[in-house]
Design a protein around this ligand. Structure first.
Ligand SMILES: C[S@@+](CC[C@H](N)C(=O)[O-])C[C@H]1O[C@@H](n2cnc3c(N)ncnc32)[C@H](O)[C@@H]1O
Length: 374
């Protein structure tokens, strides 16, 4: 890894960056094919995806992240899904992001978490006193931009009433001029903004090249225009960006783990969950054959130099069951398996095209599902 990406990784791992997973977990759920025999290794990010997996009651879930804040948040979301019997309290905590007495709700859950995660929430439970979804680096940076734009629920309703072309015109008229201000340009191009987007230097370079953009400002506006062709009614990423909370009026406008039917099947799920606050390579390098049937990697391969990507594929081949599924997202057009001459072992599934089309986060060019063949 290049020095500036190593520095990025070190800084990123220490900061509370995300409060939601910026990937469409509903798409993953549709195509991953988890069942009660599945043994999953998953990078957690902010945990919305792994919390949703519990509703499929897989045999085991190894949740890994180098970022302790994200892993603790994932532990809270997963434990609440498995152990919080009242759906109303569950939704109030993690849907609305605030409850009157956070520790009273979180304390019984903390007993079922690893000691370090329980200590984390003993210290930070008051984040749920007021809108949790305004906390963390990404939310703070989005809130600042929202204030400058004057963006709120009225703008969202206006966009929802428009067709795609009119939405793009609205974005160009109302949002683009704010990004043209010199201090906003400087902020958006700064290293802290890369951290808040979760985009390291290697990924930034790959992303700008693939989208034919010269600057991060150009990329962010391009991304907003891409959001314009999604169903804004259910697009919780757009709601978080434009309004600052979920669209509580629509039952499908939240990550699946927050929906009543998933809560009903997650509650009491016997899945064995292990949390690993470390680099995923640490787990992969120390595991034997036939350990996992599913790998979900977020967009982490984009953070890696090519030799390390190759090492990742080799270790997945070594540790997987025959026929295992690997899922990752990327800002690039070519596939990892092609690039490393491993297409006979990693077969890209056709559902990848549908998944890429359906992912409402619109952050990635591709959502790739592979079948691992020994
Ligand atoms: C790659 S980031 C990118 C953003 C992603 N779309 C999201 O919403 O979380 C996702 C997560 O991967 C974690 N991560 C990155 N590299 C990792 C590694 N080598 N091992 C474990 N976790 C890693 C980060 O800490 C972060 O929480």
């Amino acid at each position: 890894m290049r020095l500036r990406d190593l520095t990025f990784q070190r800084a990123f791992s220490k900061l509370f960056v995300y409060n939601i997973l910026y990937e469409d977990a509903e798409v993953d759920e549709r195509f991953l094919g988890l069942d009660e025999d599945s043994r999953v290794l998953s990078i957690s990010g902010a945990g919305c995806g792994v919390a949703g997996m519990v509703s499929k009651r897989p045999r085991s879930l190894d949740v890994v992240d180098i970022n302790g804040h994200h892993l603790a948040l994932s532990a809270l979301k997963i434990t609440a899904a498995q152990r919080l019997g009242s759906y109303d309290t569950f939704y109030q905590l993690l849907g609305h992001g605030h409850v009157a007495q956070p520790w009273k709700v979180i304390k019984p859950l903390a007993r079922d978490m690893p000691g370090w995660a329980a200590s984390y929430w003993r210290k930070h439970h008051d984040r749920f006193k007021k809108n949790f979804y305004e906390k963390g680096l990404t939310a703070a940076s989005i809130k600042m931009i929202r204030k400058m734009v004057g963006s709120d629920v009225h703008l969202m309703h206006m966009l929802m009433g428009q067709d795609e072309e009119s939405r793009v015109r609205t974005i160009d008229a109302i949002i683009a001029p704010v990004f043209d201000r010199p201090y906003v340009k400087a902020f958006v191009s700064s290293p802290i903004q890369l951290v808040s987007l979760g985009v390291n230097y290697s990924q930034r370079d790959r992303m700008l090249e693939a989208e034919e953009q010269n600057t991060m400002v150009g990329f962010i506006l391009h991304h907003m225009r891409r959001l314009a062709d999604t169903d804004l009614n259910t697009n919780w990423f757009a709601w978080m960006g434009i309004v600052g909370h979920f669209n509580h009026g629509h039952p499908e406008a939240v990550p699946p783990y927050l929906r009543p039917d998933r809560h009903a099947t997650s509650f009491g799920a016997p899945t064995r969950v292990s949390y690993h606050r470390r680099n995923i390579f640490n787990l992969l390098d120390n595991a034997g054959p036939n350990t996992w049937s599913h790998y979900t990697l977020c967009d982490m391969p984009d953070w890696l130099p090519e030799p390390t990507q190759r090492h990742l594929l080799d270790r997945i081949l070594h540790t997987s069951t025959d026929g295992a599924i690997m899922l990752y997202r990327t800002v690039e057009d070519d596939c990892l398996a092609d690039r490393h001459g491993l297409t006979s072992h990693f077969q890209r599934l056709d559902v990848s095209d549908i998944a890429s089309e359906q992912d409402r986060s619109r952050q990635y060019r591709h959502v790739h599902f592979y079948r691992v063949c020994h």
